[in-house]
Design a protein around this ligand. Sequence first.
Ligand code: IMP
Length: 421
Amino acid sequence: MNTILVGAQWGDEGKGKIIDVLMEQADLAVRTQGGNNAGHTVEVGSEKFVLHLIPSGILRTDKKCVIGNGVVIDPVSLMGEIKGLMKRGIDPAGRLFISESAHVVLPYHRQIDELRELRKGDGKIGTTKRGIGPAYGDKAARTGLRMVDLLDLELFTQKLKGRLEENNAVVSSLGGTPHCNIEVTAELKEAATFLAPFVINTITYLHEEIAKKRNLLFEGAQGTFLDIDFGTYPYVTSSNTTAGGACTGSGVPPHKMDRVMGVMKAYTTRVGEGPMPSESDEIGDMLHGMGREFGSTTGRARRCGWFDAAITRFAQMLNGIDEIAVTNLDGLDSLAEIQICTHYERNGERVDYPPADLRKFAECKAVYKTYPGWQQSTSNVRKFTDLPPNAQAYLQAMAEYTGARLAIVSVGPQRDQTFWV
Ligand code: IMP
């Protein structure tokens, strides 16, 4: 059984935790897009792990992990992440494989990302400033450098020279101070040597594993509405966060995929700019007051709102979601009433899916259906039928409006606070 796991909202759906649970049944976890803009949080016992580039599957020490060709890798950051795991007793050696075709995020990408955001002022995207957009830009422009280049430092330095000239010109035109060649190679040298043993042809490796009937889990980063094609462009990330990205970012063809699972919070959150019709200060203040909904990569307070079924319905269509995993149900425990945005209205007309024209999307007003709350803690519940009846009804409504089967519910950050339905 090969499963694609996607975020059905704007990222931060709690995928790290669901991936960790699904890894019980999988042999191999594969990251296929994005970079260290992602932050997957998993809590095991009293330990909390935040992973940015390494698949969360690494926390189960009998499993293997792949960083596929579709990911953009900041080598220094990845080295830091591996070393951080090693310090905590988790050794990725022999279990982590990095694609030689994955593109590299370089210091000038981060610099350009930051300078572009500054220049945009109020019109900024709200990126994580990790250089993700400029790195994918270089990939599309065919001026990127890949992990395979990094394996030969002498050649890499030569290639970098030309790239630096071009990128330094961009940095200068944006008002920044260009990096010089020596600075770049000094920072990368240690990382290149450290990462070299992990770099392989992950495409043939994955096909060998599939031939051995291994179960693969493709773990998506970010969420459907941050997808470069289907998200709220330009307030999106620079990769395909939807199910198709799992194929192009790994070299595993669509007919080898058996199931698509969509992860969604019991409410909606979003980081960065762009429309969000069900945004609500009421729910935002409540969640922030509980110390929840602060970004794991940037620490920013996330924007919060009621569950928006218009977006999850579209996510179901785009990804072919068969099953849903609902996280953070316990975040709603104290509420007397809970709203679901069932669709939007714009100029008196019903709108069922988010419009591509952001001006129209910004004019969409959420239409709500009110559900009674359960006003009791769910965090100790371990079985669907032990949930308060109002919580069960709310979850089933989420699944119905989305158009997929409810499969997993999560009621807290711990590994054991998750159950199958
Ligand atoms: P970038 O991916 O850093 O270019 O940021 C583009 C947009 O995607 C911004 O709105 C970010 O806040 C958002 N974004 C990127 N990665 C994540 C994530 O892992 N979770 C939530 N939002 C993200």
